[in-house]
Design a protein around this ligand. Sequence first.
Ligand SMILES: NC(=O)C1=CN([C@@H]2O[C@H](COP(=O)(O)OP(=O)(O)OC[C@H]3O[C@@H](n4cnc5c(N)ncnc54)[C@H](O)[C@@H]3O)[C@@H](O)[C@H]2O)C=CC1
Ligand SMILES: O=C(O)[C@H]1O[C@H](OP(=O)(O)OP(=O)(O)OC[C@H]2O[C@@H](n3ccc(=O)[nH]c3=O)[C@H](O)[C@@H]2O)[C@H](O)[C@@H](O)[C@@H]1O
Length: 480
Amino acid sequence: MVIKKICCIGAGYVGGPTCSIIAWKCPDISVHVVDISETRIKQWNSPNLPIYEPQLDEVVKECRGRNLFFSQDIETGINEADLIFISVNTPTKTFGIGKGRAADLKYVESCARKIAQIASHDKIVVEKSTVPVRAAESIIHILSANKKPGVNFQVLSNPEFLAEGTAVENLLNPDRVLIGGEQTEEGRLAVEELVSVYSHWITKDKIITMNTWSSELSKLASNAFLAQRVSSINAMSALCEATGADVSEVAMAVGQDSRIGSKFLQASVGFGGSCFQKDLLNLVYIAECLNLPEVANYWQQVTDMNVHQRTRFTKRILECLFNTVTDKVLTIFGFAFKKNTGDTRESPAIYVCSHLLEEGAHLQIYDPKVVPDQIIRDLTNVNVSNDPDRIRNLISIHSDPYEAVKGSHAIVVLTEWDEFLMYEYKDMYASMKKPAFIFDGRKFLDHDSLIKIGFQTETIGKRYARNAGFSFFSLDTLKD
Ligand SMILES: NC(=O)C1=CN([C@@H]2O[C@H](COP(=O)(O)OP(=O)(O)OC[C@H]3O[C@@H](n4cnc5c(N)ncnc54)[C@H](O)[C@@H]3O)[C@@H](O)[C@H]2O)C=CC1
Ligand SMILES: O=C(O)[C@H]1O[C@H](OP(=O)(O)OP(=O)(O)OC[C@H]2O[C@@H](n3ccc(=O)[nH]c3=O)[C@H](O)[C@@H]2O)[C@H](O)[C@@H](O)[C@@H]1O
């Protein structure tokens, strides 16, 4: 079979950009992205795409209507395709067995059932979503139990490694593409078909093939290792603050060791995003189910350290602001979980802001890409607050950073947006209450200049001794 038509179920952060790049690089293949969400599909067909990713607009503009199509017509998408990506969400379960840890596979299962019901010729079904190891087994089972007579399926694992904010760049130049398949003649042929799609723009040495279970587990392992690096440097940042060391210097010295490497050692207020925590918890749950409690505890620590880091940072803000923020005005710079995305899923900003709101602070929030409604939704969500009206009265969302700073006691930087480096902080300082504080949760501003202006500056992993305050707070009083 030569792949002529691809369908992708799920037009989200992964399905949308991945299929746009496939369509761009494979003009001989027709790519149909389908989703149950009418709003999302309308946005993909409009000038305002549902997600912000640098360079994505241009790619979509060039391919849409040519060999890239977005629609809600899931049945036609499935029926016409030779190869189907399942790229739906796999969130953490919020109920029942495995609640709060296991991956909820209901969306993946419903795709498998739909494919079996609709497909009238052979298809390659590809797990693009991040799933627990051996999820493909369940997909195969559902497909074979429900398929039409004479129709055959091959199920492959092809996890995605793109990071938000750099999705286009990552898809064009991936470190590797991973494809797992059955170790049979049919399995190998299906793997080769998918390899041929990626070979349109990726060299063969970067396309790795292996057995399905290794591929599924490699995705969870990669995210766990990446999150572990962030938690490791964040654990060091606490030691730095207590000892007078500077975490950037420590990271630089450690990262120079070629066995360790310098990437992903930026200390921060904690990692966010839709996947690190979800995939770590999933890994912990799998280890527990396999009766490997020591393995489970080991990976659990990575997420525990992340919670501790957010809490530690918030506690520091309270300490410095003379142990109370009640009725004080604080400016929040950045609400997205990292720069160059409007995504706020599991953003550390949600947790830091909700602690500050609990303490009675007024928050003036500015983020260049997150839409105001999203911020309100995140901070009034039932998991965050049980009094949404009170929260609405305590927050204001601004489109001008200089306005957001007026009359405030402190600026709290929670996302590392480049534009935060360019501001006239002298002007901001003049419009703030004194002493004016900056809490840099990303350790990326020019602290020496800020101190010269008159700011009391606090950051992660480096302590400016003159600001050390006495604490009435114990970490136990702040729970994530
Ligand atoms: N966001 C990211 O950067 C990355 C995510 N992943 C993984 O990729 C998967 C998808 O993640 P995102 O794209 O972020 O999720 P998302 O939530 O942005 O998109 C998922 C889409 O699937 C749609 N959907 C759900 N069930 C459906 C069904 N039965 N039929 C049709 N459409 C359906 C939803 O309406 C939604 O638009 C997850 O497993 C995630 O762990 C992997 C790498 C990177
Ligand atoms: O499975 C996924 O969803 C994706 O998860 C991450 O991508 P993403 O969450 O988009 O962004 P990252 O750049 O990994 O950042 C995650 C979080 O860690 C934080 N981080 C990252 C690096 C660092 O050195 N320090 C640090 O605090 C970021 O600010 C952010 O909050 C992985 O990098 C991707 O390879 C993976 O495909």
